[in-house]
Design a protein around this ligand. Sequence first.
Ligand code: PBE
Length: 275
Amino acid sequence: TEVEKGKVDIGSKLFQESYILAHMAGIMLEEAGYEVDVHEGLGGTFVNYEGLKQGSVDVYVEYTGTAYSQILNQSPLEVWDSEVVYQKAEEGLNEDGVLVISDLGFENAYALAVKKQWAEENNVVTISDLETHAPDLIIGTDPEFPLREDGLLSINNIYGFKFKEVKPTVATLMYEAIKLDEVAVISAYTTDTRNEIFDLKILEDDMNALPPYDAIVVMSAEFAEANPDAVAALEKLDGQIDTETMRGLNYQFDVEKREAEDIARDFLIENGLIE
Ligand code: PBE
């Protein structure tokens, strides 16, 4: 019989992928004998990270570029390199009492997207091509992008233009807003299949304003030390999800309207990670 191993609090951010991955971690930990509380949509980066530091969150899924720029406040690299960002993020988190337990195997980056038809009509392919249009365009964003050094501030700085107006909201409403032409540009997520479904074009970041964002499972070092079985359970997720797979899981949530927990459980069963 299973020995009672205690409770785990899993945080998540305000978008579908973060719910799905939180449940995935939760199911793995349940299978390992933990009592699990998945906090779907707990908050943004800082709510989850501060929770981790204070002990109200034990585990959540973060992204290397976010850890590097937002959490650790490191300056941009001349040329972004995902391995360098990964290493520096891991080192910095470790110094802060946080461990990277697994590298899930995919990237979910920020990207600027516009309607494909508008891009064609205006010959816009790269972010630089937006320069003459930006003063007339409204950009819809997620809650964090406008305030992030690795987000809109970097775009403004490096490309040297500003949009007419910024409308922040949660990711799913940001996508609805561009679909309905309420905004002309969004801070798209590269694993979101609404980029294709809503006929959007991802603009090339020709001046390297945006860092790489590999998905990583992070855990407080204190919790990890006391719970080696939890570490072992989540290490099994290492390298298990490539970008196409993550996009497929997000599609199940956004288009097929399935529950995040069901999507996570089916994935784990199909991949032999649980029975
Ligand atoms: N991202 C892109 C953001 C949201 C989408 C994954 C880099 C983040 O959570 O940091």
